[in-house]
Design a protein around this ligand. Structure first.
Ligand code: COA
Length: 174
């Protein structure tokens, strides 16, 4: 539970929101995987997500209204090396730049370290996602490296930036 948001399970009833969000080019231009999706696809994804051992995706909801504004998750969970890949989507564009992304990132990282007992949370972000990079830095992630010309979209190649936060860095921030 954060100060203005909380994380909760994603329900089948939420699927239509994700269809709208994920098909919005303003939203998906900075997502690592994006292709047009429909409601049956999303419903199937939600159903299967409950059973995935190496992925956890949670909805981001506003405390004040209970409105769902997006999702956050830990993927490629590696229990031996104790790390996972972080991902986030705030689908409601009107809610961008209000600090919710930073707060959801911090909540997810806290869950990773204090509940799942992970040691490292990493992520990949496109170089053109300045908003995302800023939010991750505010939540304590550090840039580690650049994957040159890693992705092709909008007619050109883009670099991908790798970022991570370690458990010891999280502890020092508290
Ligand atoms: C990326 C995302 C999660 C960020 O969430 P958010 O709630 O908008 O982010 P926050 O408000 O917490 O922080 C954004 C920061 O970036 C800043 N920012 C916004 N646009 C910027 C730009 N073009 N250049 C630099 N900084 C920018 C904001 O001012 C804010 O910093 P501040 O609090 O110091 O003013 C959200 O915008 C989103 O889901 N986008 C679409 C999907 C996506 O990109 N997912 C992540 C894939 S890696």
């Amino acid at each position: 539970m954060g100060t203005r948001i909380y994380l909760r399970a994603i329900e089948r009833e939420d699927a239509h929101l994700f269809v709208t969000w994920l098909n919005d080019s303003d939203v998906n231009r900075t997502l690592l995987t994006s292709r047009p999706i429909n409601l049956p696809y999303e419903l199937d994804w939600v159903e299967k997500s409950y059973h995935r051992e190496h992925d956890i995706t949670l909805g981001i909801a506003l405390k004040e209204t209970d409105q769902l504004i997006g999702s956050t998750g830990l993927h490629k969970l590696d229990y031996r090396n104790r790390h996972a890949m972080f991902g986030i989507l705030i689908g409601e564009k009107s809610e961008w730049n209000k600090g919710y992304g930073t707060e959801a990132t911090a909540l997810t990282v806290k869950y990773a370290f204090e509940t799942l007992n992970l040691n490292r949370v990493w992520l990949h972000v496109y170089e053109h996602n300045a908003r995302g990079i800023k939010a991750y830095e505010k939540a304590g992630f550090r840039q580690e490296g650049v994957l040159r010309q890693d992705s092709y979209r909008e007619g050109r190649y883009w670099n991908t930036i790798t970022m991570a936060i370690l458990r010891e860095e999280w502890d020092a921030l508290k």
